[in-house]
Design a protein around this ligand. Sequence first.
Ligand SMILES: Cc1cc2nc3c(=O)[nH]c(=O)nc-3n(C[C@H](O)[C@H](O)[C@H](O)COP(=O)(O)OP(=O)(O)OC[C@H]3O[C@@H](n4cnc5c(N)ncnc54)[C@H](O)[C@@H]3O)c2cc1C
Ligand SMILES: *[C@@H]1O[C@H](CO)[C@@H](O)[C@H](O)[C@H]1NC(C)=O
Ligand SMILES: *[C@@H]1O[C@H](CO)[C@@H](O)[C@H](O)[C@H]1NC(C)=O
Length: 582
Amino acid sequence: MFSFRWLLGALHLAIWGPITLTMTHAMLPPPPVQCNDAGCTLYNSYGVWNDRKDCHVPSITYPTTEEELRLAVAHANQNNLKVKVVSRFSHTIPKLACPDDAQHGSSMLISTLKYNSSIEIDAANLAVTADAGVGLRELIDEVERSGLSLVPAPYWEGVSVGGVISTGAHGSSWWGKGGAVHDHVIGLNLIVPARESEGYAKIIRIGAKDPLLNAAKVSLGMLGVISKVKLSLEPAFKRSVAYNFTDDAHIEDIFMDHGKKYEFADVTWYPSRHTAVYRYDYRVPLSTSGNGEYDFLGFQPNSIVVSKTTRSSEKLLESGRNVNGKCALATTFVGFKKLVANGLKNGLIFTGYPVVGHQGKMQTSGSCLYSTRIDTSCAWDPRIGGLFFYETTAIFPALKFGDFLRDVKKLRDLKPENFCGVDIYNGFLIRFIKASQAYLGQSEDSVVLDFNYYRADDSSTPRLNQDVWEEVEQMAFFKYGAKPHWAKNRNLAFLDLQHKYPSFSKFLAAKKQLDPKNMFSGEWSNEILYGKEAEKADGCALEGQCICSEDIHCSPKKGYFCEQGLVYKEARVCRYSSSAPI
Ligand SMILES: Cc1cc2nc3c(=O)[nH]c(=O)nc-3n(C[C@H](O)[C@H](O)[C@H](O)COP(=O)(O)OP(=O)(O)OC[C@H]3O[C@@H](n4cnc5c(N)ncnc54)[C@H](O)[C@@H]3O)c2cc1C
Ligand SMILES: *[C@@H]1O[C@H](CO)[C@@H](O)[C@H](O)[C@H]1NC(C)=O
Ligand SMILES: *[C@@H]1O[C@H](CO)[C@@H](O)[C@H](O)[C@H]1NC(C)=O
């Protein structure tokens, strides 16, 4: 994402660098929970939830040990409080970690911010056990220091061990146990409510063979508090990575072989540019020379001035309905990414393919999390008025993905420039994850599609070409049966989920067994698990809170009417028309 910002950032740095380098305050991401006398407010990383309503919580506690975690759950149980866990990051976009507060004062938040001291490596058995609050970067570094590697590699390192497995987060791989972190979990400790005689809460140890593990490893925080996670490891290895920026011809036929052939394959597709980028990424022996790293452009610190300028230019292009302006930006972005290999570095900079480096350095990144300069930050930092966007992530049964791509190509070919908006971000990122035993995981080999796109400052402003993203979104989730990533997406993606998961009822049974009082469930997490369309209010389709069925769900005043899809006729999208449709 956002390489153009980076490009301008580099220019900006050249001019201002010497001055600003002398400043010492760090522009670290804001803490996700902010409290005052009236209670606390929980934010996601964009500072705005899908429904744009704040999440208020009367109180929060910061346990530091497993016993303190148990006591927190006991306190909640004894006092009939609704409870949710949140990590020090809160990097999930939907409101999963927001506890119910129907009766004011009847809920609490447990943070794992201070529960992150233990990482125990069992080298003989190729395993690591970590506290749930441990950060993925700290875990990876400790594992690599012991001469071992964690094989699944999410692309973003701003996640905790507990959070990453709870939402089914993943990197990309169809090999071995696959790209999802939870499929490498071989045990965990879960703290659940218990009877008074048991002290109101107990720690249960769930081993590799226990069927409860299939419920607990992807559990959206709805079964209890995960305190420790045990993951399997392999002896340390390196990876060799090269990108092939090429034509997008036959991408719908190539993706499958590509995913099978390379252990850590991915593909980025820029539909408006007719460009596909194949990542050739496979393991090589530790003895292979090379000490490279992947410092993904979109996750590097950005100049704040540039992030703001980019946002205002994007807003101007939006309000001017300037499609060609967006396409010009898309061309610059894709060109720049090719030049710097998306952030791959052989050493300090990129000097050529392939780039070889340690497993722990070649995929998972997030250098903007540690920005030490006051004039840089993550590009989406809510305090700076920088980037603001949606992220749709659809997970397809692999066998259906080719037809989906064919449909999207048809839509693209009608007017390729209408796709420029997505190519300004990261195009369509295509990743691979394997079939999983997890009840809320993928029951078959799957392909994950991610795309980001502009979000307006307020919920009543329609977006340029929004009908295109809506059609792709509805095609994915309703025509091709894709499932939403639990940690991303707009509300409509969660509609009608239950029949997509063959083991959904097993998850519910485990939930009933472990949390009979529904302490860990609430309005917000239920909305995601059970998928509920918002009340069909005026403009509700503009932000994906509903699917339009009448013009009023779009914005007839601003020229956006509810119409059918162009390729997927069953889709109902908000489309601009300079004159009202007949
Ligand atoms: C910039 C960015 C890039 C991203 N890239 C990727 C990617 O490449 N791949 C991918 O799959 N995802 C990606 N994500 C999504 C991210 O991986 C998930 O949001 C992840 O789950 C967040 O982890 P967290 O520690 O912040 O969890 P939180 O957001 O704090 O919590 C997530 C959920 O887990 C629960 N939970 C957290 N800790 C515990 C615990 N100890 N016990 C029980 N429940 C718990 C919470 O209640 C909540 O329901 C990205 C997100 C962002 C913002
Ligand atoms: C624990 O959290 C603190 C920030 O709260 C962080 O600085 C530290 O690196 C973390 N340690 C681990 C092992 O994750
Ligand atoms: C790049 O990918 C295309 C499409 O798969 C292929 O035809 C071409 O040979 C590849 N180029 C390289 C250098 O691998």
